[in-house]
Design a protein around this ligand. Structure first.
Ligand SMILES: Cc1cc2nc3c(=O)[nH]c(=O)nc-3n(C[C@H](O)[C@H](O)[C@H](O)COP(=O)(O)OP(=O)(O)OC[C@H]3O[C@@H](n4cnc5c(N)ncnc54)[C@H](O)[C@@H]3O)c2cc1C
Length: 129
């Protein structure tokens, strides 16, 4: 059986949980799955991010073992964000110029917080998001 191509954009908490559920419900039998992560690290627990400063261990924050994706037959591409999507041709291009075809596309790219227009935000040393 030809597997349908499924791409997950984003390897954050939601993207990873989605993959866990896909594996749990046999999705890897039906889909050839590729996950694109913008960050150099695989999915980690952002909610407990501040514990990095007490434990000083990035390892403890990861949501899965280093080989979880490979073991479950999922291709994980890190430091390789999607930069353009052609929904007619069902083709996606990454920052490295890799072209990937898809049947199903999942957006798990998170969101950006609203920053109120505070005076001085544009000054050197102020918070930038
Ligand atoms: C310090 C801290 C404490 C928090 N505490 C709580 C809490 O107590 N309770 C709570 O409910 N929530 C909390 N949150 C928020 C919680 O972490 C987020 O709600 C959660 O991470 C959202 O998951 P997500 O997968 O939607 O987005 P993210 O975790 O932001 O993941 C999205 C991923 O997509 C990637 N991405 C974006 N664009 C592309 C692209 N074009 N191609 C490939 N990848 C891309 C991003 O780099 C990112 O890795 C906290 C967050 C922080 C930082």
């Amino acid at each position: 059986m030809n597997k349908r191509k499924l791409i997950v954009i984003g390897n954050g908490m939601v993207g990873h949980r989605f993959c866990e559920k896909l594996v749990e419900f046999g999705g890897t039998d039906k889909f050839e799955i590729t996950v694109l992560g913008e960050e150099p690290r695989r999915a980690y627990d952002r909610v407990h991010l501040s514990e990095y400063f007490t434990d000083k261990s990035a390892e403890a924050l990861y949501l899965c073992s280093p080989d979880w994706y490979r073991t479950n037959g999922i291709k994980l591409l890190l430091s390789e964000p999607a930069v353009s999507i052609d929904t007619i041709k069902r083709k996606l291009v990454t920052n490295l110029g890799t072209e990937l075809l898809f049947d199903e596309l999942i957006f798990a790219t998170g969101s950006s917080p609203f920053v109120p227009p505070l005076e001085g935000l544009d000054k050197e040393g102020s918070l930038r998001i």
